[in-house]
Write a protein that binds this ligand. Structure first.
Ligand code: DQA
Length: 154
């Protein structure tokens, strides 16, 4: 049975998958020079004026990301998700996302469709509200702005 979700809070859960902990160092020509902490700061600067709190999460483990999505059902008003490589492989994350009734925006720093063909397979896009790819860290900020248009003020 799906539990009742509370939309009283204006918490946005920003969930990040494998190897995004290395942002800034990792292939900067593809992913840029900002760290995940830097992106969290950008989001929180934007969030203040919107009446949101953004909680940044990252894990390299598929099951932990599933748990983070389950937690969002209880405590978040919206989700920003970069599932990283699991985007292209994870039925478990797909199924967890299907249990959410809050808006979810998928973000990718790079444009997976312009890269290797294995990145064209996407288990996340069919079960999220919308997707942003190829805009670097700006994509995260745009995702937050999009959530602002979807989540009623409390
Ligand atoms: C990514 C794109 C994925 O294909 C890749 O596996 C990542 C990062 C991005 O943000 O561009 O780890 O999600």
């Amino acid at each position: 049975m799906l539990s009742v979700q509370s939309n009283m809070t204006r918490l946005i859960s920003c969930i990040n998958g494998p190897t995004l902990n290395l942002l800034g160092d990792r292939e900067p020509e593809i992913y840029g020079r900002l760290s995940l902490d830097d992106i969290g700061k950008l989001l929180n600067e934007e969030a203040v004026g919107m009446g949101f709190d953004v909680a940044m999460h990252q894990s390299n483990s598929e099951g932990v990301i599933v748990d983070m999505i389950h937690d969002a059902r209880k405590n978040a008003a919206g989700v920003i998700l970069n599932a990283a490589a699991y985007t292209h492989t994870s039925v478990a994350i797909h199924d967890a996302l299907r249990t959410l009734s809050i808006p979810v925006i998928e973000v990718h720093l790079s444009n997976p469709y312009a890269r290797e063909s294995f990145r064209a397979k996407n288990f996340v896009s069919p079960v999220v509200t919308g997707s942003i790819a190829g805009l670097g860290p700006t994509g995260y900020v745009l995702a937050l702005k999009a959530l602002g248009t979807m989540i009623p003020s409390s």
